[in-house]
Write a protein that binds this ligand. Structure first.
Ligand code: MG
Length: 271
């Protein structure tokens, strides 16, 4: 056989396998205009170990790129909202830590993370309202999740407990009811995954893209890309003391990898 035939055979083989995508030599580009479809030179997204499988008794291990805010043992990363005149040194959180969770000690004040976080994140929070049902409407298992600059994501026992819709569990308080009521019964652990994209501003400080929030309650989408008026680009995480002994566990966040320029170079081709 002649050499050109071999070369043709090789090209045909390569083109028919995923090593060379059909579009790589076309004039088309993927969004952003930097890379062609199927370009093997494009940097790779980071590898992340996803969460394990959790249960009501034991939360899943956080993903490998998470910043853990509560690992079941200590509130060292949190501080108490001080009352007027209280010395700053007395800001340690007073909520009760036991059995891998912490529980609100009513009327000791809300708590917030000592750190603030700049940019876009996925926040994960697990909570349980008291198994012994007391009160009704807003008086049953009320707490709340405040990510700096956003409305409260309501924490409430909304299992067979009617209240105003923009104040039920997973509501963006006083703004939007959740799409659905995905509540578990009182005493059972529930999850929030809250994806926050901060407002994008141009050089003049004009908003080019509004802030957006997506919420999953127990894995169910309860808000999708809700636009918010806030211009805040950073914030802490605060939890509300509404006078009810709500529990929390397994709290973490992870930065959204929405800046492709930070990705890693492709691996060397295998010989
Ligand atoms: Mg509340």
């Amino acid at each position: 056989m002649k050499k050109p035939f071999f070369a043709l055979l090789l090209l045909t083989f390569a083109a028919s396998h995923s090593l060379v995508a059909a579009d790589a030599k076309s004039g088309r580009f993927t969004p952003g205009g930097k890379w062609k479809p199927g370009d093997m030179a494009r940097p790779r997204p980071p590898v992340v170990t996803p969460p394990g499988w959790g249960s009501n008794e034991k939360p899943a291990a956080p993903p490998s790129d998470a910043i853990v805010l509560f690992d079941g043992t200590s509130l060292a990363k949190w501080k108490r909202d001080l009352k007027k005149g209280e010395p700053p040194a007395e800001d340690a959180a007073k909520w009760k830590v036991e059995n891998g969770y912490f529980e609100i000690v009513p009327r000791t004040g809300g708590i917030r993370t000592r750190d603030k976080f700049t940019g876009d994140y996925q926040w994960h929070i697990e909570w349980a309202t008291p198994s012994e049902v007391k009160g009704n409407s807003q008086g049953r298992g009320n707490s709340g999740v405040f990510i700096g600059g956003l409305p409260e994501v309501q924490v409430l026992d909304s299992y067979d407990n009617d209240t105003y819709p923009d104040g039920q569990a997973s509501a963006l308080y006083s703004q939007h009811p959740p799409y659905v009521n995905a509540s578990r019964p009182p005493g059972q652990w529930q999850t929030y995954d809250i994806i926050v994209e901060r407002a994008k501003l141009d050089e003049k400080g004009q908003v080019t893209q509004k802030a957006r929030v997506t919420v999953l309650h127990n894995g169910i989408v309860s808000h999708h890309a809700r636009e918010l008026e806030t211009r805040a680009i950073e914030g802490d995480l605060a939890l509300q003391d509404h006078g009810n002994p709500v529990r929390f566990r397994n709290i973490w966040l992870r930065k959204l990898n929405n800046d492709e320029s930070a990705n890693t170079p492709p691996p060397a081709p295998k010989k």
